[in-house]
Design a protein around this ligand. Structure first.
Ligand code: NAD
Length: 262
């Protein structure tokens, strides 16, 4: 299916690996004008090279979105190179693990900067132009944690809910201007982030790596982990011309793991 994104300016954050990179590959195949963002210059360079090898036009922007100046640096770069953004995919790495009583306020602030502030600042910088042009797509990557809190991930459980509330509010405010706003909730997806979570669980509980992955698979009715490309496909569809009447939604891509009625 042609997603209708040729020459559209698509900004994908957290795009050097994992779900963000997989999304960038799909947008590259659509001949979008890609902007990829990540904090690590070497891994972003490598990702940019792979995307260019697919024939994509790619602008890499190195920015740490957990730092106050990160989102503004991205917005400046996008406006300098393209003068507009048509599709914004907000995404970063996940926050550190920990229990509800375990984090001091500095940890809460750091996780808020990483997850909530980055999404809000990028959106406030890039969505007004979409409204003026009367077309745009915003897709926030959150987590299955929004439907079903994940043990020992209180920062994710709490702040993904805040991001969802922000985007659900925005969706109503901009819908009549042709801008859709949705979130995508990955379930257990085979990326380096999941490897890191497995390592943290092994350290915390002493159980084997195999049993950690076995539990995640058992929690998933599809009886396997998802792939980054399966999550990316949902992101690409929501960004497409075809998805213009879908807004304010929180779409799980989780092999059924959220087990909710709605
Ligand atoms: P990942 O850690 O593999 O990749 C994250 C990407 O974001 C990388 O490109 C990294 O360089 C970039 N990044 C991290 N911190 C950044 C920062 N401060 N500034 C700019 N870029 C930054 O993660 P993933 O598995 O692809 O997941 C993407 C998102 O989805 C994460 O927020 C993750 O917590 C969430 N999620 C993942 C899973 C899963 O099973 N993989 C499940 C639920 C939610």
């Amino acid at each position: 299916m042609d997603l209708g994104l040729a020459d559209q300016v698509v900004v994908v954050c957290g795009a050097s690996r994992g779900i963000g990179y997989a999304a960038a590959e799909l947008f590259a195949a659509e001949r979008a004008a890609l902007v990829v963002v990540s904090r690590n210059a070497a891994s972003l360079d490598a990702a940019t090279g792979r995307l260019r090898a697919l024939g994509a036009t790619v602008t890499p922007i190195v920015a740490d979105l957990a730092q106050p100046e990160g989102p503004a640096h991205v917005i400046d770069g996008v406006m300098r190179v393209h003068g507009r953004c048509d599709v914004l995919v907000t995404n970063t790495g996940g926050p550190v693990t920990g229990s509800a009583l375990g984090h001091d306020w500095d940890a809460w602030t750091a996780a808020s900067e990483l997850l909530l502030r980055s999404a809000v600042e990028l959106t406030r910088g890039l969505v007004p132009g979409m409204r003026e042009r009367r077309w745009g797509r915003v897709i926030g990557i959150t987590s299955i944690a929004v439907k079903k809190p994940v043990p020992s991930l209180v920062l994710s459980n709490s702040l993904r809910a805040a991001v969802t509330g922000y985007y659900r509010t925005l969706a109503d405010e901009v819908a009549a201007d042709g801008v859709t706003v949705n979130t995508v909730l990955p379930g257990y997806t085979a990326t380096e982030r999941l490897d890191e979570l497995a390592d943290a669980t092994v350290q915390r509980t002493g159980v084997s790596r195999e049993s950690v992955f076995g539990r995640w698979t058992a929690e998933t009715p599809a009886a396997r982990l998802g792939t980054p490309h399966e999550v990316a496909a949902a992101i690409a569809f929501l960004a497409s011309r075809h998805a213009g009447f879908i807004t304010g939604q929180a779409l799980c891509v989780d092999g059924g793991a959220s087990r909710t009625l709605l």
